[in-house]
Design a protein around this ligand. Sequence first.
Ligand SMILES: Cc1cc2nc3c(=O)[nH]c(=O)nc-3n(C[C@H](O)[C@H](O)[C@H](O)COP(=O)(O)OP(=O)(O)OC[C@H]3O[C@@H](n4cnc5c(N)ncnc54)[C@H](O)[C@@H]3O)c2cc1C
Length: 392
Amino acid sequence: MRIGVIGAGLGGLLSASLLSEMGYRVEVFEKLPFLGGRFTNFNYRGYEITTGALHMIPHGSRGPLARMLKKAGAKVEIVDSKPEGTALYNGEEVKISRKRIPLRSRIAFLAHCVKNWFKEVKLSELEKKLDDFSARYLRAFLGWSFSITPEQTTLSKIYPVYRSILELGGPGVPVGGCRSVVEALVEVIRSNDCEINRQKVSAIRKEGYGFSVHLENRTAKRFDAVISDIGHEETAKLSGLKSYAKLEPSRGIKYSIAVKQSFIDHTGVLFTLNTRRISGMNQVTNADPNLGKQNFLMAHQPMLTTNVRFEISEGLKDLKELLKGYDYEILAVQSFSDGWPVNRALAGSDIGFKTPVNGLYVVGDGAKGHDIEVDGIALGVEEVVEEIRKTL
Ligand SMILES: Cc1cc2nc3c(=O)[nH]c(=O)nc-3n(C[C@H](O)[C@H](O)[C@H](O)COP(=O)(O)OP(=O)(O)OC[C@H]3O[C@@H](n4cnc5c(N)ncnc54)[C@H](O)[C@@H]3O)c2cc1C
């Protein structure tokens, strides 16, 4: 059975490696000159700058992605964060634990859960009932993890993520950064004699029981099923479907910073609670010193307006205050929106892998399972692979 995979992002490569291990003939198509989409890195002046992700896997070595990488036979070492996170609050770094959240805020959270479980009440309503620390932490957590604000989401959308963090724990950094995951998956695909082609797909046509995938060089290839890693909207466009899904993306800005002195002394996230925009930072060289020739900090902010220049100027003001007294250099400022967003669907709004056409599936962001970021992508891929195993 032949499976065509459109897009060599994490979702496409993970699907291709699992299916190639199971004996399917898989062919991947990628329009860009590099593989990995928003989950890879390039060396720039001695620092491993990413195309998107902050070099973090949400649940580290305990999460769905780690499990699926093992299943595919992809060898990746993941350094779990210890502690998972701290917070910079009123000039002091504090440990994040249940005890740090005052009893009255914990009661307010429980009451909000009970009262609003079936209602789509924004988290900003809960925020009003929390103490100052907890309210700021909620905002920073959402900004860092999802590039959203409490005004943009509800408890029912975020609760599954909260549960999975309690169950599986916090993030980890793959040794070698995001690219090491991509390289390990590519190795599996190639070792199974499956191809990865640098070609843009221009159309997907249903033909009888299969599909023809049309390439920009005017050739076409036939497949029994097609997996698209380019999001639901682009998939609908390429297959001539009326748009069946309008997803709202999340937008953000990432700063890559070289610092002479160490700014964070652990491998987890430092949430920044008294800033205008920056939600948190991680010093990835603490987990893997080869990711930068000096300390390498990554800072992230959600975009609160559509004015990118203004958002960056606010973020830079934050960084100036946070890094006062440190010898640092900003290596790159990258903004993420439209076709290259932080997420193709706001956290909790993914619509799953199905499309209106039998045998055409979507993986990646926008088609995640019940978890976040690349761990959610892994769960979505698992569902598609299972569906193909049952039907083909
Ligand atoms: C700033 C930022 C920080 C983030 N931080 C993290 C983090 O720390 N941890 C985490 O888990 N996640 C993080 N994410 C999210 C994560 O990077 C993405 O969810 C994930 O990489 C998306 O993977 P994907 O499979 O959806 O595909 P994508 O990465 O979007 O890849 C899709 C691929 O398809 C290709 N393509 C598109 N159209 C065509 C076509 N017509 N023909 C052929 N190829 C095509 C594209 O070129 C691309 O390579 C972050 C994202 C951003 C932007």
